[in-house]
Write a protein that binds this ligand. Structure first.
Ligand SMILES: [Zn+2]
Length: 251
């Protein structure tokens, strides 16, 4: 090996070291911010998970002040303009057939919507939430479940053939909670589905469109409470106008 060959070899080595070093730096420079970003995303995700867990352990704790296993015993209050977030919903059943609507029926109030399901059909939680009631009522709902959700709503699923969750269990939207049935005061298998806010029934059809398997909007606006006035739909949101107040602004 003569001198010129050595020089050439050294030159090549140095060049490649520079090249590797420059390339490596380039990779490091490109990776550094994305590493930080990933860490940030992880933190956000952890924070969200913690917040969700807290929220699901005490769903809508901002408006409810009790947690009993009595359907109508709900204490608390909602602000004059309360926005129920319907995003993150799951239809309780893929069935699109409504057998009976909310409203007066046979001289009394039918406080839910009857959706055709067959015995054994999977019934799913409409939103994330926590099971408040898991009971049997032979003269009425049969095997039924009530879930309280972080958006303030409570959903009730009646006439089930089987309950597959337990009281106080945290459930996620879409999670199977029971099987369709014909238990209690029921003629023909169906799901009796109720939506309530602070114990007050709201027509589920104002929130859930079973025919189109969708919610009626991203939000449901409750104005001046829900115990007075008629629930009316207005644009993409729904509001309850208090007859007494009379000054509810509608879009
Ligand atoms: Zn019913």
């Amino acid at each position: 090996m003569n001198f010129s060959t050595i020089k050439k070899t050294v030159g090549i080595v140095v060049f490649s070291m520079v090249a590797v070093s420059g390339f490596a730096q380039d990779i490091i420079a490109r990776q550094a911010p994305s590493d930080r970003r990933l860490k940030d995303i992880r933190n956000v995700k952890l924070n969200n998970t913690a917040a969700i867990a807290a929220d699901l352990n005490n769903p809508a704790g901002n408006i409810y002040t009790d947690w009993t296993d009595n359907l109508r015993s709900c204490s608390g209050s909602v602000p004059a303009n309360y926005k129920v977030d319907l995003r993150g919903f799951c239809m309780p059943t893929p069935s699109r057939k409504i057998n009976s609507n909310f409203g007066p029926r046979w001289g009394r109030q039918h406080e839910g919507l009857d959706v055709k399901v067959y015995i054994g059909d999977t019934i799913r939680a409409a939103f994330d939430g926590k099971v408040r009631i898991c009971k049997y009522n032979g003269g009425g709902y049969g095997y039924y479940i009530v879930i309280r959700h972080p958006n303030g709503l409570e959903t009730l699923y009646g006439h089930l053939s089987k309950q597959i969750v337990k009281k106080d269990q945290v459930v996620r939207a879409g999670e199977p909670i029971g099987l369709g049935g014909n238990t209690g005061k029921s003629s023909g298998s169906h799901l009796h589905f109720e939506t309530r806010l602070l114990g007050q029934p709201i027509d589920p059809a104002l929130l859930f469109d079973f025919e189109h398997q969708d919610v009626t909007g991203d939000y449901f606006i409750v104005q001046n409470g829900i115990s007075k006035g008629n629930v009316a739909r207005s644009s993409s949101t729904i509001s309850t106008g208090s007859q007494a107040g009379g000054s509810t602004a509608r879009k």
